[in-house]
Design a protein around this ligand. Structure first.
Ligand SMILES: [Zn+2]
Length: 202
């Protein structure tokens, strides 16, 4: 059976990037609280800027410098604000889907020399267990015609296309590398085909 979503509540949230409407969804796949932060009029629109952000407690909330999630979240909201319309979908799949406990254990393995991909595999997980079917259903519910995905991750674009989303383009979101995250960013580029460090390439 096709999973079902229900848009239960919409409420305005003023942010430093302007006002958004927060949509709360319940779903028949898991018991998590997935939400979409919507700016402007997106229904029936083409080329809607969309960020699909997977929850990262340490990066989003604590501002951890082990990853670039918090920065990407902020940059995405900035891009949407500038465009005057768009959607940030916030999926509750922590640590690329492996959960907070495993992610923290993986951090300790990384401190012993493994990279983020090998550490996940060592803990019995895939490098990336994220799923986008709920995001696709949200975009359907919000009735967007086509999107510009704010991402560096080509796999995400492929997955969404497979789920029937019309991805008309990509908006890059490149955060600044620093000592604490450069290894992580390089692994994303090398092992997960993320389009990073492109501006630094000749
Ligand atoms: Zn993160």
């Amino acid at each position: 059976m096709k999973p079902q979503l229900e848009n239960l509540v919409q409420t305005p949230i003023p942010t430093k990037h302007g006002e958004f409407i927060l949509h709360y969804y319940s779903n028949t796949i898991d018991d998590k609280e997935h939400v979409a932060l919507v700016k402007g009029d997106v229904a029936g629109k083409e080329h809607v800027p969309v960020r699909i952000h997977s929850e990262c407690f340490t990066g989003d909330v604590l501002g951890s410098r082990r990853c670039d999630c918090g920065e990407q979240l902020d940059m995405a909201l900035q891009i949407i604000d500038k465009a005057g319309f768009g959607i940030l979908i916030y999926l509750r799949q922590e640590g690329r889907g492996i959960g907070l406990l495993k992610k923290l254990q993986a951090y300790n393995l990384q401190d012993q020399g493994m990279d983020t991909v090998d550490a996940n595999i060592h803990l019995g997980h895939l490098a990336d267990e994220r799923e986008y079917n709920i995001a696709a259903l949200m975009l359907e519910n919000l009735n967007v015609k086509s999107i510009e995905l704010i991402t560096n991750n080509p796999k995400k674009i492929e997955e969404l296309k497979k789920l029937g989303i019309n991805v008309a383009g990509r908006i890059p979101v490149e955060s600044v590398a620093h000592d604490d995250n450069v290894g992580y960013l390089k692994t994303k580029a090398k092992k997960m085909a993320h389009m990073l460090f492109e501006s630094k390439k000749d």
